[in-house]
Design a protein around this ligand. Structure first.
Ligand code: PRX
Length: 683
């Protein structure tokens, strides 16, 4: 282990001090060189030149067609993963009954493939993880060998405390290497991790513990982020105090990020650092069936409670590995940094599994883009000589506001690929990312995907495709993407069409089910357009065949790259004593992509005031988490309902967005409520 700062040094690596990091931050738009047809003229310089890239495919169409076959994935799986038992069936099942399987009779272990495999190949001294702690310049590096040692100790500690194959382990931790190591340790012993983003509230943790019947929780005393201390253990204690979680949780493993003292429950809590030190650094990797669960991750839908999306071992591992390699043109000596949080799917696939399965050097970033100032990312890029950087448009937009001076102070010439995720990247942000950050030569890769897809399903591939700012281009390897008419379900063939986005064939990285509710999985993704996976997004295919995602077709809000179900915000509001009814919608927001607007009908006798607005915002924060804080609370004595009693959200979105034209309002039971809402939205 080499340390780049006196402050952190060995102590940190050895005693695990860590904290949490930015939510799903990622952003982008790329310009690669391609063998493909016409170069779009706007905003897309065919930058990077083919020399910059791994290789330029002369014939993407042919390669892509070949990747749509089971043989493609079977060959890759044998070549790129170590199997304890080879598989004889590459794939089976389908969308019709939602029983998709990949490599089902094969056996492997994801952690073994992420660590041991590279060590056996002689890469034990290669840096696996660079930890950029909250204070700029506090950097600790861990080699593959050191990573495996500590993962094995965590795994042995878990076993010694009764964690068994198949148990669900809830992980509520800051962005320090230990969150990644804990995930890998779970994978090593066949436990199923359920990481809960460390910005979620105690209620959200309790819900997830209860839904997954999770007897074990990992946390730290506190987190550090942007110079602030976050009381993670206290939040976990409060979560477990709730009846629905109390009866379930048996053990809480507690790491130390600082020396701050916290409440300690004898018999339930375990000081992980102390117990770890006594564990062997050898732990046999459990033999897992390819279709055994690897993890669950909760995500929001348009209705009901969050869904526990379940990913399995073989298909997910292969897909995470392959997309990391191909979407970012990842090279062996790259320094790779995805500045998301491990609590979201981006952190799972593109901080932990994808890079490590490739034997790459991945960065764990604990801080925020604005700490100590707006140059934090660029300072880090210069110091660590980062080659591949992956963030979200919302972060790019928030940094652009400060102008070009800050990035210009730093040497960013190491950057070769700039990834974007979470929402379409608007042209202004694309240009800034590409030109100011990427020096006009780094490739911006717009990656479209979801928690459910496991990894990227659409992007412009560096060296293969020319990018258009704001378009994720089209299906990547193995992804057969289509656009359907939303009403008839008929495929919209050819270019210049729009509709709903679907994937027409199963791929290895797709989620297999919603934990405990396969019917919900079917109804949400596979039944709306039989024979297809329905992503929940609308899309347009332009005249060059490029796909432009136009946003969710359901009531999911995408705010700062976070997926927030309007139903969840509505229930938080109506759970207060003051609110009789609530309708929550997204509206265009300069920085966040979408802001959260809450129309609330107050109970009789309750008055709207600034204090009331504050308290309702607080109610949402404490029910879900600070990242879901509403941008607007709008007094709504009445909501625009159709005669059949359905709220016309389209109108609410327009009002919140400051529009004055609302289209046809004749189907409203009482159109007179609209001007009142317009007035209230402006106050
Ligand atoms: O609406 C799409 C949007 O984010 C949704 C998935 O959210 P989540 O599961 O939280 O995963 C976020 C990180 C992958 C999608 O349904 N989305 C994500 N990436 C893009 C995007 N929309 C347009 N372009 C993207 N690149």
């Amino acid at each position: 282990m080499r340390t780049a700062s006196l402050a952190l040094a060995l102590t940190l690596a050895l005693q695990s001090a860590y904290s949490f990091s930015f939510p799903a931050v990622h952003s982008q738009r790329v310009c690669g060189v391609t063998g493909a047809s016409s170069l779009p003229s706007f905003r897309c310089n065919a930058v990077g030149s083919s020399k910059t890239f791994l290789k330029s495919s002369k014939n993407w169409e042919v390669d892509h067609q070949a990747s749509l076959t089971p043989k493609y994935w079977g060959d890759l799986a044998r070549k790129n993963l170590d199997w304890f038992k080879d598989f004889s069936i590459t794939t089976s099942g389908g969308f019709e009954s939602g029983d998709v399987k990949w490599f089902e009779d094969g056996q492997l272990n994801a952690c073994y493939n992420a660590l041991d495999r590279h060590i056996l190949a002689g890469k034990g001294d290669k840096v696996a993880i660079i930890y950029e702690a909250d204070e700029a310049g506090d950097v600790t590096e861990m080699t593959y060998k050191q990573t495996l040692d500590r993962v094995s100790q965590i795994a042995n500690m878990m076993k010694s405390e009764g964690v068994k194959k198949g148990d669900v382990v809830t992980v509520y931790m800051p962005m320090t290497p230990d969150v990644i190591l804990t995930m890998l340790a779970c994978a090593r012993i066949g436990a199923v991790h359920s990481v809960v983003f460390a910005g979620f509230s105690e209620d959200a943790i309790a819900d997830r513990i209860a839904a997954a019947n999770s007897k074990f929780v990992f946390t730290t005393n506190v987190g550090l982020r942007g110079g602030k201390t976050i009381k993670l253990k206290q939040t976990v204690d409060n979560a477990i105090a709730k009846d629905r979680a109390k009866a379930i949780v048996e053990k809480v493993f507690l790491f130390k990020r600082t020396e701050e003292e916290v409440n300690f429950v004898e018999g339930r809590d375990i000081w992980a650092d102390e117990l770890l030190a006594k564990q062997s650094t050898t732990c046999e990797a459990e033999v897992m069936d390819a279709e055994d669960p690897l993890f669950i991750l909760y995500t929001s839908g348009s209705t009901g409670s969050p869904k526990g999306i379940l990913h399995t071992t073989g298909g997910y591992s292969l897909y995470a590995m392959h997309t990391t390699k191909t979407s970012f043109d990842l090279r062996d000596d790259d320094i790779y940094a995805c500045v998301a949080d491990a609590g979201w799917i981006t952190g799972h696939t593109y901080i932990c599994y994808g890079p490590l399965l490739n034997g790459a050097t991945t960065t764990v970033f604990e801080s925020t883009p604005l700490y100590p100032d707006e140059g934090r990312y660029w300072d880090m890029v210069e110091r660590l000589k980062i080659n591949v950087f992956y963030t979200a448009p919302t972060a790019i937009r928030s940094l652009m506001r400060f102008g070009d001076e800050s990035p210009k102070k730093y040497d960013l010439s190491s950057l070769r690929v700039l990834g974007s995720v979470g929402e379409p990247i608007n042209p202004a942000a694309w240009d800034w990312y590409h030109n100011v950050i990427g020096g006009g030569k780094a490739t911006v890769v717009d990656t479209y995907w979801q928690t459910e897809t496991g990894g990227h399903v659409a992007c412009n591939l560096p060296g293969i495709h020319v990018a258009k700012a704001g378009s994720c281009r089209g299906g990547t390897y193995g992804i057969d993407m289509g656009i359907l008419d939303p009403q008839t379900g008929e495929e919209q063939v050819g270019n210049d069409v729009d509709g709903v986005l679907v994937i027409k064939k199963p791929w290895p990285g797709m989620a297999r089910t919603v934990l405990g509710d396969h019917e919900r999985f079917m109804t949400t993704y596979l039944k709306p357009y039989p024979g297809n996976y329905f992503a929940g997004d609308g899309a347009r295919r332009d005249e060059d065949g490029y796909i432009w995602v136009t946003g969710r077709t359901d009531d999911v809000i995408n705010s700062s790259g976070h997926r927030i179900g309007s139903a969840e915000v509505e229930s938080a509001l109506v759970a207060t004593d003051e609110v009789a009814q609530a309708a929550v919608v997204g509206f265009p927001h300069d920085i966040k992509g979408e802001g959260i607007a809450c129309y609330v009908t107050l109970n009789n006798g309750v008055e709207m005031s600034d204090d009331m607005k504050k308290s309702l915002k607080m109610a949402v924060r404490s029910s879900i988490g600070p990242f879901a804080t509403p941008d607007m609370i709008i007094n709504a004595p009445a909501l625009p309902m159709t005669r059949s009693g359905k709220i016309m959200r389209r109108i609410l979105r327009k009002i919140a967005g400051g529009e004055n034209e609302f289209g046809d309002t004749s189907t409203l039971a009482d159109p007179s409520c609209v001007p009142v809402l317009v007035e209230n939205a402006r106050n």
